[in-house]
Design a protein around this ligand. Structure first.
Ligand SMILES: Cc1cc2nc3c(=O)[nH]c(=O)nc-3n(C[C@H](O)[C@H](O)[C@H](O)COP(=O)(O)O)c2cc1C
Length: 372
C-alpha cells in the first residue's frame, strides 16, 4: 500500500515498510533542507556509474545527502531514458534525487524539464561542464561555457518554466576562467537554487590541479548554496576545502567510487567523532557487493568482470602503491580470476589508505586520478 504524508511544505510518499521514500521539494523547502544539512554532501553525477544499483549501494555505506542522476541528453527528438525515470521513481536511498540534463535546445530543455516535474525529482540540474569533445563540439555541456548569451537564454527559459528547484553544475570556463564572473552574474540573475562548481576549466579535464579559490568567489557573489567539487578524496581534504571556500557543501565523485565510506568519514571528521577506517577485508567485501549489485540478471559473469574494470580504475588507486593490482585486474577475464586477484591484494586487516596512491597513470586512465 502506498501512502502520502504531507509534512509542512514537503510531500513524502512511502511504499509499505517505507522501502521507497520519495521527497518532493518546493524551492523554499529545498533551501531549508540544504541549510539544515549544511555542509551538504552530494554524490556527483557520473555517466555509467551513478545508476539506481550504485545509489542503493552507496546508501548502504551511509551515503550522501543528495544524489544526482548521470546526465541525459536532451534534443529535439529525445525522450527521457527509462533508466533515468526508474532511478528517480524508485529512488531507494530515502534522500533527494536531482535529475541532470545536458543540451542546448531551449524548447527541448523546457519540454523535458516539464516532464521531469511530473516525477519525484528534488531539482532539475543543467550540465555546463562535460568536457567530452562529442558533447562540447555540439555546444552542450562544457561547450556552453563559450556562449554566455545562450546560457542566459536557457536559464531564463528554464526558470520561467520550472517552479521547482533549478540547479547548475559548472566548470570555471572553457579554455580559461575569464568568463567565470559573467556566468556568476547569469546564475544570480536567474535565481538558481544551488550551484556546483567543478573548479577546473573544460580544457583541464580531470587531472589538473583544482582552483578552489574560484569556488570561494562563487560563494561570495551568489546568495544560493554552492557545492565545491573536484579531487575531494578524504575527510581531511573535504574539511580543508570547506574551510577555504566556505561552500555550503561538497560534491564527491571518484572518491566515493574508491571509498564509499567517505561520506560517513566526512561527517565524523566534521563532528569531531572518530573516523571509520575500513580494512582491506572491508574493501574486498565492497568489491563483491559492487559486482553483485551492478550486475543485471541476464549478464554473464565474464561481461560483469569487464564492467567492473571501470569501477576498479578508481578503487585500484587505494589498493597498492605499485599499480600491480590494477595491472592484473585489467588482464583478468573470468570471475574466479578477478576475485582471486582481489583476494590476494585485499584479504587483510590493514586499514585502506585515506588518500589514493599516486600511481603512474596511462592514457586510458583519463578520468582516474588527480596527478598528471
Ligand atoms: C566516470 C565519470 C563520469 C562522469 N559523468 C558526469 C555526468 O554525467 N555529469 C556531470 O556533470 N559530471 C560528470 N562527471 C564529472 C563528475 O561529476 C565530477 O565533476 C568530477 O569527476 C570531479 O569530481 P571528483 O574529483 O570528486 O571525481 C563524471 C566524472 C567521471 C569520473
Amino acid at each position: 500500500m502506498r501512502m502520502a504524508v504531507r509534512d509542512g511544505s514537503r510531500l513524502a510518499f512511502g511504499s509499505e515498510g517505507l522501502k521507497t521514500v520519495i521527497l518532493l521539494f518546493t524551492r523554499l523547502s529545498f533551501a531549508e533542507e540544504v541549510r539544515r544539512r549544511t555542509p551538504v554532501l552530494a554524490l556527483a553525477p557520473m555517466q555509467d556509474v551513478t545508476d539506481l544499483p550504485f545509489w542503493r549501494l552507496m546508501a548502504r555505506y551511509g551515503g550522501p545527502d543528495l544524489y544526482y542522476t548521470e546526465y541525459f541528453r536532451v534534443h529535439v527528438t529525445s525522450r527521457l531514458e527509462s533508466w533515468i525515470r526508474e532511478s528517480v521513481v524508485s529512488n531507494p536511498t530515502g534522500r533527494p534525487a536531482i535529475a541532470q540534463m545536458i543540451g542546448n535546445d531551449i524548447p527541448s530543455l523546457v519540454r523535458t524539464a516539464r516532464e521531469l516535474m511530473q516525477l519525484p525529482v528534488a531539482a532539475i540540474d543543467l550540465n555546463l561542464g562535460c568536457p567530452a569533445p562529442i558533447v562540447y563540439r555540439k555546444c552542450a555541456g562544457g561547450g556552453l561555457l563559450r556562449e554566455p548569451a545562450k546560457v542566459d537564454a536557457i536559464l531564463g527559459a528554464l526558470r520561467e518554466a520550472v517552479p521547482i528547484p533549478l540547479t547548475v553544475k559548472t566548470r570555471l570556463g572553457f579554455e580559461s576562467p575569464a568568463l567565470f564572473d559573467t556566468f556568476l552574474e547569469i546564475f544570480a540573475r536567474h535565481d538558481i537554487d544551488l550551484l556546483t562548481v567543478h573548479a577546473r576549466t573544460v580544457y583541464e579535464g580531470y587531472r589538473s590541479e583544482v582552483h578552489y579559490e574560484y569556488i570561494a568567489r562563487a560563494v561570495e557573489r551568489l546568495s544560493c548554496p554552492v557545492l565545491a567539487n573536484g579531487n575531494i578524496y578524504s575527510a581531511a581534504k573535504g574539511a580543508s576545502v570547506i574551510a577555504q571556500t566556505q561552500a555550503a557543501g561538497l560534491m564527491i565523485g571518484r572518491g566515493a567510487i574508491r571509498n564509499p565510506w567517505i561520506f560517513e568519514q566526512i561527517r565524523a571528521h566534521l563532528g569531531g567523532q572518530p573516523l571509520v577506517f575500513p580494512k582491506g577485508k572491508d574493501v574486498l567485501h565492497y568489491v563483491r557487493e559492487l559486482f553483485d549489485a551492478t550486475r543485471p540478471g541476464d549478464v554473464k559473469p565474464e561481461a560483469q568482470v569487464e564492467k567492473m574494470k571501470k569501477y576498479m580504475n578508481f578503487i585500484g588507486l587505494g589498493v597498492d602503491p605499485t599499480g600491480q593490482f590494477l595491472h592484473q585486474i585489467r588482464r583478468s577475464s573470468s570471475e574466479v580470476e578477478f576475485f582471486s586477484i582481489c583476494q590476494r591484494f585485499l584479504d587483510h586487516e590493514d586499514p585502506m589508505p585515506l588518500e589514493p596512491f599516486r600511481l603512474e597513470l596511462g592514457p586510458r586512465d583519463v578520468m582516474a586520478g588527480e596527478h598528471l
